[in-house]
Write a protein that binds this ligand. Structure first.
Ligand SMILES: CC(=O)SCCNC(=O)CCNC(=O)[C@H](O)C(C)(C)COP(=O)(O)OP(=O)(O)OC[C@H]1O[C@@H](n2cnc3c(N)ncnc32)[C@H](O)[C@@H]1OP(=O)(O)O
Ligand SMILES: O=C([O-])CC(=O)C(=O)O
Length: 376
């Protein structure tokens, strides 16, 4: 086992910044629970919509509640004409996370949250429509196609794949999407969730909270790591080539994307789950390169640095095997994490005090303002 991780120092590490009943990270079970349910049991046994309902409505839905919830989400997939017009203006070389950010913000202009009593309606709408937003833009910008976003898909994961590829997806891929969306749904006070909570603490609207969170998730030290990991592993043709390259990167003290974690000490419980799905997908497509390369990188990182794969690393190969373009990896994270972000906004609003920490001042002592002509 790796040595205990130092939870102190910069980055507010190890400091409690508030309370939550939504999630524990690194405490019990396999190390991640949503409202007391272990992540492995959830990923094995339920659909993403059940987890979203659990986070947002406080309990796992019964048969009728799940049926009603899925029907409600299904009815909310359509894009307003003004949003389509905005999406059509965004160039093909834009980053899809910027498209998500703009799409969410524009939705907030068209369907503004007038009072917090409407929060659930707006949250459900975002969950339902985010896959439509990204894949409408993607298909229009890259292929000039105006896709139909009101699909017959039974779930958000299936809707994502259907609107991306324009056809009903492989049932195995739908299963993987459920697991993936469940793994990404919630993670306590991570950077993007904290962004959402800070915004919520000013009593701002739900679209501002989620737009800000999307901006925080975009960075390669957070959600953007799944794309960065894909860019890295796709350079290598053999495990030996990967090992040589990783050794060089470590010697240069480069960051290896998809490894390490701010809280977990010796493993991220989400990794084993997505890795198993990635292996199955690799066999389905007859891959002999990407999965063995990924496994070697995992082994070398542990051997050399005791650094382990986080949730992002094997998501890269899993998504790739399902034919998902690399730049859409982090937007899928958004389609899932919006459930966790929104649950935190609800929680913050229910017991709010504006989040406003202090800073340790390191600038000059107080001094007089020099006249313009006296300055260097
Ligand atoms: C869904 C998610 O958001 S999961 C996180 C996704 N992000 C990534 O995969 C990006 C790569 N990983 C990292 O940058 C970091 O591990 C983070 C941002 C996740 C956590 O950062 P921290 O909590 O500051 O890392 P930590 O304190 O464990 O770092 C300890 C040492 O290991 C090094 N280290 C940590 N992660 C890595 C890595 N992936 N590659 C190389 N070195 C690393 C740090 O540079 C640090 O070295 P130092 O003591 O010489 O400065
Ligand atoms: O908790 C974190 O810092 C990052 C993370 O794994 C997540 O948000 O899923």
């Amino acid at each position: 086992m790796a040595e205990a991780k130092q939870l102190s120092g910069a980055g507010l590490r190890g400091q409690s910044a508030g309370e939550t009943a939504l999630c524990t990270v690194g405490q019990s079970g396999s190390g991640l629970t949503y409202r007391g349910y272990d992540i492995k049991a959830l990923a094995d046994q339920v659909e993403f919509e059940e987890v979203a309902y659990l986070l947002l409505y406080g309990k796992l839905p019964n048969v009728q509640e799940l049926q009603d919830y899925k029907a409600r989400l299904k009815s909310m997939r359509g894009l307003p004409a003004a949003l389509k017009t905005v999406l059509e203006q965004i160039p093909a070389n834009a980053h899809p996370m910027d498209v998500m950010r703009t799409g969410c913000s524009m939705l907030g202009n068209l369907e503004t949250e007038a009072d917090f009593g409407q929060q659930h309606q707006h949250i459900d709408r975002m969950l339902a429509v985010f896959p439509s937003i990204i894949n409408y833009w993607y298909n229009f910008a890259h292929y000039g196609k105006r896709i139909e976003t009101e699909t017959d898909a039974d779930s958000i994961g299936e809707h994502f794949l259907w609107t991306l590829h324009g056809k009903q997806p492989d049932p195995l891929h739908v299963k993987v999407m459920h697991a993936s969306l469940i793994l990404y749904a919630e993670h306590e006070f991570n950077a993007s969730t904290f962004t959402a909570r800070v915004c919520a603490s000013t009593l701002s609207d739900i679209h501002s909270c989620i737009t800000g969170a999307i901006g925080s998730l975009r960075g390669p030290l957070h959600g953007g790591a799944n794309e960065a990991a894909m860019a890295m592993i796709s350079q290598w043709q053999t495990p030996d080539e990967a090992e040589d390259a990783i050794m060089g990167m470590l010697a240069r003290k480069d960051k290896i994307m998809g490894f390490g974690h701010a809280i977990y000490r010796d493993s991220d419980p989400r990794n084993a789950i997505i890795k198993a799905w990635s292996k199955q997908l690799s066999e389905q497509v007859g891959d002999t390169v990407l999965f063995p390369v990924s496994e070697r990188v995992e082994a070398v990182m542990w051997r050399e640095k005791k650094l382990f794969c986080n949730a992002d690393f094997f998501h890269a190969s899993a998504y790739h095997f399902m034919g998902i373009p690399t730049e859409l990896f982090t937007p899928i994270f958004v389609c899932s994490r919006v459930s966790g972000w929104a649950a935190h906004v609800i929680e913050q609003r229910a017991n709010n005090r504006i989040i406003r920490p202090s800073a340790d001042y390191t600038g000059p002592d107080e001094r007089p303002v020099p006249g313009l002509e006296d300055r260097d």
